[in-house]
Design a protein around this ligand. Sequence first.
Ligand SMILES: Nc1ncnc2c1ncn2[C@@H]1O[C@H](COP(=O)(O)OP(=O)(O)OP(=O)(O)O)[C@@H](O)[C@H]1O
Ligand SMILES: [Mg+2]
Length: 135
Amino acid sequence: MITGGTGKTHQAYGAVRGLVQAGVRLRWQSITAADLYAAQRPRQGHDSEREMRDLSRCPLLMIDDLGAAKTSEWTEELTYRLINHRYEQLLPTLFTTNIPIREIRTILGDRIASRLAEMTERAVLTGPDRRRHTA
Ligand SMILES: Nc1ncnc2c1ncn2[C@@H]1O[C@H](COP(=O)(O)OP(=O)(O)OP(=O)(O)O)[C@@H](O)[C@H]1O
Ligand SMILES: [Mg+2]
């Protein structure tokens, strides 16, 4: 997706709501990739490993705006660990991203891209930036 505001986050929450309304009772959590990296920065009195473990094991997880934050080897490693855990444990995960499909491999790296390709079904949202239309 080149443009933001096409409704990805809205649709992802909609998918969670659909499950809950259908009577699926599971604990779920949503976090943007940027907030994940911010929360994982080492700081005193904060157990970042524990938080990583909680997110890794959450029965349903939404990772919003993957690839939107500035990337580094450190963010790539964190993203890899989280996604790999969910991949290995077959845990349902919703992702949203603005990265065009053909750039996923370049931007997120081979290890993450190949896992995403296997563990996700893609829904491409096109259309205008809805925020501009409502502003
Ligand atoms: N189907 C819809 N009906 C009505 N409003 C919508 C719908 N989808 C999205 N919106 C509204 O449009 C705006 C943008 O939607 P959203 O935040 O989901 O876009 P996004 O694709 O996640 O954007 P970004 O790439 O910037 O994260 C929000 O204010 C949202 O409430
Ligand atoms: Mg969004």
